[in-house]
Design a protein around this ligand. Sequence first.
Ligand code: ST9
Ligand code: ZN
Ligand code: ZN
Length: 327
Amino acid sequence: MEKTLSNQEDLGGDQGMTDDIFDESYCEKDGPKPARRYVWRNIVLMSLLHLRALYRLWLIPAAKPVTLAWGKFLCFLLSALRITMKAHRIWSHRSYKTSLPLRIFLAIANSMAFQNDICEWARDHHVHHKFSEMDADPHNATRGFFFSHVGWLLVRKHSDVIEKGRKLDMADLKADKVVMFQRRFYKLSVVAMCFLFPTLVPWCFWGESLRNSIFLPTILRYVLMLNATWLVNSAAHMFGNQPYDLNINPRENRLVPFGALGEGFHNYHHTFPYDYSTSEFGWHYNFITAFIDLMCLLGLASDCKKVSKETILAQKICSGDGSHKSG
Ligand code: ST9
Ligand code: ZN
Ligand code: ZN
């Protein structure tokens, strides 16, 4: 079921998505940076959302334990699964194949994460990989921690992001009926899955107060999940070791909450983007890999791509920072 790839050529470029548009001679333009065009609607909404979540933290002790468990476990974990399994590992990198029922299930619940529809997410993520730390990278970490964390959602995109992104071959995403269906009904599905569902379950099933049901498993969970995801773009591009490639910014950062889900191994991921496990350590700190393996066992996923141990070792010796020697 698992397909081990012996060298980077076997990895087949970016699965036909972007290799043809990667311009080796691309480099940052010299001179003054373009003025930031603030999007005040996003600034106000994002500020209100965060302030509201912070202000309502005091509700936590008054909530029923089962509500907290629901908020923490089900919503957070399910939303994380949608992002990491679907938009990221399946549709951005094609690192394994999924059956239709699993894709439908993941697509419905992906809306719970409310982080743009799969198409937009995958397209931005492709330009991020291809043009990391350049103007065409939507959350270019050389523009600072705040910009790569949330600032990029508060300003108009750099023209290079759109220009390079338009050259991507999105044919496989457009041909995917599940992706297109989710895109068509995205707003409706977000209202249902990100806001109504997490609120109604505790309110209807175990009599939690409406206020607690709205603010804890819904608003607070959404804000925590957003920030946890954003840390991959900010912290994991700035702090940590570079055992696989010293020449790129992404780092191995196990403190990033995704460490547990397998998204903090960012130096590895940018070096070997097609590895379904996003790390060389299997299930270790990598809940999503365990979940994908379970799906394979159940016949719902297949053809997982994995980089061979020899290739990984050669990569570390040739380009790493040597930190792997210290364990
Ligand atoms: C959010 C996303 O939070 C988070 C992504 C994180 C990624 C993390 C990756 C790390 C690995 C994954 C690990 C996950 C683990 C998870 C575990 C969880 C525990 N190419 O967009 P517009 C076109 S979202 C080609 O308006 P502006 C576009 O099609 C949060 N074309 O640009 C359009 O064309 P047309 C909630 C592109 O005006 C035109 O350009 N969502 C591309 O600059 C204009 O598009 C929000 O807050 C491209 N790449 O506005 C929404 N990009 O006109 C935020 C765009 O023909 N977004 N185009 O239709 C916005 O409001 C706006 O996009 C903007 C930019 C203000 C940011
Ligand atoms: Zn990626
Ligand atoms: Zn990255």
